[in-house]
Design a protein around this ligand. Structure first.
Ligand code: RFL
Ligand code: PHB
Length: 387
């Protein structure tokens, strides 16, 4: 077959890019290695920046978001048994929206189905070829060849696109902790998200709907979900999130998984006719709620650049990698800062050094919650830098 843009990966990045191209009348195909059920079953992220919400609305993809999204005016930072509210509306005039990545993917895919887009699942062995020529193409195990003008690698961290770039470098670090995440069938016990530092480790209370809560615990990277029976999870959440006069209501746990924490940025998002977007090009630890938003930011920029390219103007496309990476490095810095401020660094071997580290994190939190300037800096970045 022949198309204008061949997209590898039907995660949020690939599916959203398809909608941007479709609206501009640019032809595309999306090739996904997993099954439709698998893609629809992934839980993952939950917070949309205002800029991400605007992108979806402007594309006419905001109806489900308007119906189910939960608008939040800020977050709580908790430490030493006290909870401090940061009011984003008051600080920077912006809000964030809790809308699960699972709901977003379901909606993007339903719209593709309704519009008759060519989205194919269970396509194995996808490989890009001739990306440094004017005639790139993909092959896959089904024996088909897809000729195209542009290849987009929206195939996540473990995809095949990034390794297809000769000499691509990885700037990365891992963290000595992981997140255990659960979905629970119980009304959230909080109005806004709570991020808590406790001597036992980080904990967070998020949500998915008025009936479903999403909660996270810092765990050691080697642990498995089997090490955490439901009673142990609730006990740890009660300890780490508890403050006097507040109750965390428990419920049935319907999903449980462990996510490693990593920061990663590729040295380039382009090579010839291949462009990377989303997790294929960069990964953040989830503490700043930036993974999904960065994928949307990339795709908003790449989509616009590709539409201009097919209208005969290459200026934006030439700047895509540099512009997306410049924004991404600010996001990396914020995500790393939030992560290190809120997690217990059990890996520090010396007890006195460990105590120093913990106490200085408290100092950082006291400064962040006590200074309007510091609060505004957090709010500006959490609610999202301009696209
Ligand atoms: P995705 O969502 O990983 O989608 C990539 C898609 O490409 C497919 N694929 C291939 N298809 C064809 N051929 C190949 N060779 C392929 N290789 C891969 C994959 O099957 C998949 O469908 O990347 P995208 O679209 O860039 O979206 C990025 C977001 O998904 C990601 O940034 C966030 O979900 C990150 N993230 C989280 N972010 C948060 O802000 N909060 C969270 O709680 C949170 N939890 C998570 C996460 C990421 C996780 N991953 C990637 C391991 C939990 C997990 C488990
Ligand atoms: C979520 O609701 O899954 C979520 C919220 C905020 C984060 C990470 C994950 O920082």
């Amino acid at each position: 077959m022949r198309t204008q843009v061949a997209i590898i990966g039907a995660g949020p990045a690939g599916l959203l890019l398809g909608h941007i191209l479709r609206r501009a009348g640019v032809g595309f195909v999306i090739l996904e290695q997993k099954s439709r059920e698998y893609v629809l079953g992934r839980v993952r992220a939950g917070v949309l920046e205002q800029g991400s919400v605007d992108v979806l609305r402007d594309l006419g993809l905001g109806a489900d978001l308007a119906a189910r999204g939960l608008t939040h005016h800020g977050i709580y930072l908790q430490y030493e048994g006290e909870r401090h509210h940061l009011d984003f509306v008051d600080l920077v005039g912006r809000t964030v929206t809790v809308y699960g990545q699972q709901a977003l993917v379901r909606h993007l895919l339903a719209e593709h189905d309704r519009l008759g887009s060519d989205v194919r699942f269970e396509v194995e062995g996808v490989a890009p070829h001739a990306i440094d020529t004017d005639a790139p193409y993909l092959t896959h195990s089904g024996g088909e060849r897809v000729d195209c003008d542009i290849v987009v690698g929206a195939d996540g961290y473990h995809g095949v696109s990034r390794p297809a770039i000769p000499g691509v470098q990885a700037l990365e670090r891992s963290y000595p902790y992981a997140w255990l995440g659960i979905l629970a069938d119980v009304a959230p016990s909080t109005d806004d998200l709570i991020y808590a530092l406790h001597p036992d480790g980080f904990a967070m209370h998020s949500m998915r709907s008025p009936e479903v809560s999403r909660l996270y615990l810092q765990v050691d990277p080697g642990e498995s979900a089997d090490d955490w029976p439901d009673e142990r999870i609730w006990e740890a959440l009660q300890t780490r999130l508890g403050i006097p006069g507040w109750t965390l209501t428990e419920g049935t746990i319907s999903e449980k998984s462990i996510t490693p924490m990593r920061s990663f940025v590729a040295s380039t998002l382009e090579h010839g006719r291949l462009f990377l977007a989303g997790d294929a090009g960069h990964i953040v630890p989830p503490t700043g709620a930036k993974g999904l938003n960065s994928a949307i930011a990339d795709v908003a920029l790449l989509g616009r650049s590709l539409v201009a390219h097919f209208a005969g103007d290459d200026a934006l496309l030439k700047r895509y990698s540099g512009a997306a990476l410049a924004r991404q490095w600010k996001v990396q810095q914020f995500s790393q800062w939030m992560t290190e401020m809120l997690h217990v660094h059990r890996e520090v071997p010396d007890e006195a050094a460990r105590a120093f580290r913990y106490r200085s994190q408290l100092g950082q939190l006291e400064y962040t919650t006590g200074s309007r300037h510091a609060q505004a800096a957090l709010a500006e970045q959490y609610a999202g830098l301009p696209f």
